[in-house]
Design a protein around this ligand. Structure first.
Ligand code: DGI
Ligand code: FE
Ligand code: FE
Ligand code: FE
Length: 187
């Protein structure tokens, strides 16, 4: 297994300085949320550091991976924004040797969420949205909610994200709707 420094080196080598700063912000926030809501601090740190590991891989490499590893071919209708969660979890396991399924699922679901999420999965999903480097209109409210109630923060983020995507006429990945239906429409 990698030490924290080795993990940081491996992650940093995969991304721009700007994205790496985001990753460190997610780690800080995730550890705070883990402390508050009862997930493992170490798991939160590792999942946060690796959550965007695959975000800057080329489309070609990601498309080939979808075919080669028999991911759902529906993914091909989307792009890196959707791919880097599930494919990232695969690559983190393969290339970094991380095998904890809670950590891998936290990476897998960090963008689109899931109808059922463990505390660690919720922590990464929310930390990605509210880390200190984020600044968009709903982030202040999201931070306030996250300081009170983790599930309410998941609910708020899920609704805001879907609203934003619709506002921008973006294609909605069906699992994003499944997350919305469970967390927002039928809480
Ligand atoms: O990787 P990050 O930028 O830190 O954040 P993220 O992984 O949570 O989200 C990446 C992007 O994916 C973000 O701009 C929102 C977008 N996204 C989330 N759900 C969907 C989506 N994009 C499309 N087209 N469809 C979705 O269902
Ligand atoms: Fe991401
Ligand atoms: Fe996110
Ligand atoms: Fe992120």
């Amino acid at each position: 297994t990698l030490t924290r420094n080795e993990l940081i080196q491996a992650v940093q080598s995969q991304m721009s300085q700007k994205r790496f700063q985001h990753v460190l912000g997610v780690e800080q926030t995730a550890v705070e949320l883990a402390e508050k809501y009862g997930a493992s601090n170490e798991a939160a740190s590792i999942a946060a550091l690796t959550h965007d590991y695959a975000k800057e891989r080329s489309d070609k490499e990601m498309q080939e991976l979808i075919y080669r590893e028999q991911f759902d071919l529906e993914l091909l209708e989307y792009g890196s924004n959707i791919w880097h969660g599930p494919l990232g979890a695969f690559l983190v396991e393969q290339e970094l040797g991380i095998s904890d399924s809670d950590i891998l699922n936290a990476i897998k679901y960090h963008t689109i969420g899931a109808p059922e999420m463990t505390i660690l999965e919720q922590v990464i999903y929310v930390a990605d949205y509210i880390e200190p480097g984020r600044n968009f209109p709903s982030v202040e409210k999201a931070r306030k909610i996250a300081a009170e109630n983790l599930q309410a923060a998941v609910q708020y983020e899920t609704k805001q994200t879907l609203q934003h995507l619709i506002e921008k006429n973006r294609k909605i990945y069906p699992k994003t709707i499944a997350t919305y239906n469970k967390w927002v429409a039928n809480p």
